[in-house]
Ligand binder design. Structure first.
Ligand SMILES: N=c1c2ncn([C@@H]3O[C@H](COP(=O)(O)OP(=O)(O)OP(=O)(O)O)[C@@H](O)[C@H]3O)c2ncn1[C@@H]1O[C@H](COP(=O)(O)O)[C@@H](O)[C@H]1O
Length: 109
């Protein structure tokens, strides 16, 4: 499934300087970082609401849909700043096997 992230990453790079009239990704870059951050915040809120609904209804479809929106806009944010999913995956890989409780206790500040 990581192939999906690779394919999406290629599309995001391709659309970085595309025509804003024909590409949603290009339109976000054209509007700038503040607009992209606004979308990330909006999608995060929609994801939280979907999670609360899922808790009560047991239906996961809307939660999966909103989480995809959140991931997508987060990837656009990374792309806008010259980063991509590979750095996030590397960071998650680095953390594999280290308990969050142990890591937190080792923090200097
Ligand atoms: N994965 C996605 C994806 N997920 C969500 N979205 C869009 O994100 C937007 C979020 O929905 P909203 O209701 O919040 O959007 P909106 O209200 O129109 O947005 P605003 O007016 O508030 O800015 C919708 O327009 C969705 O279509 C996506 N748009 C594009 N992609 C991928 O990006 C690729 C390139 O897209 P284009 O740049 O449009 O060609 C596509 O082939 C897809 O693989």
């Amino acid at each position: 499934m990581c192939d999906v992230l690779e394919q999406l990453n290629a599309l995001l790079q391709e659309r970085r300087h595309a025509d804003a009239n024909t590409s949603y990704v290009a339109s976000l870059h054209h509007k700038g970082l503040n607009k992209i951050l606004e979308k990330v915040g909006e999608e995060a809120t929609e994801t939280l609401l979907a999670a609360k609904d899922a808790q009560h209804s047991g239906q996961l479809d809307a939660l999966v849909y909103e989480t995809a929106d959140l991931w997508f806009h987060s990837l656009v944010m990374l792309s806008h700043l010259g980063a991509d999913h590979t750095q996030v995956l590397q960071e998650l890989q680095r953390r594999l096997g280290t308990s969050g409780l142990v890591e937190k206790a080792q923090r200097t500040s």
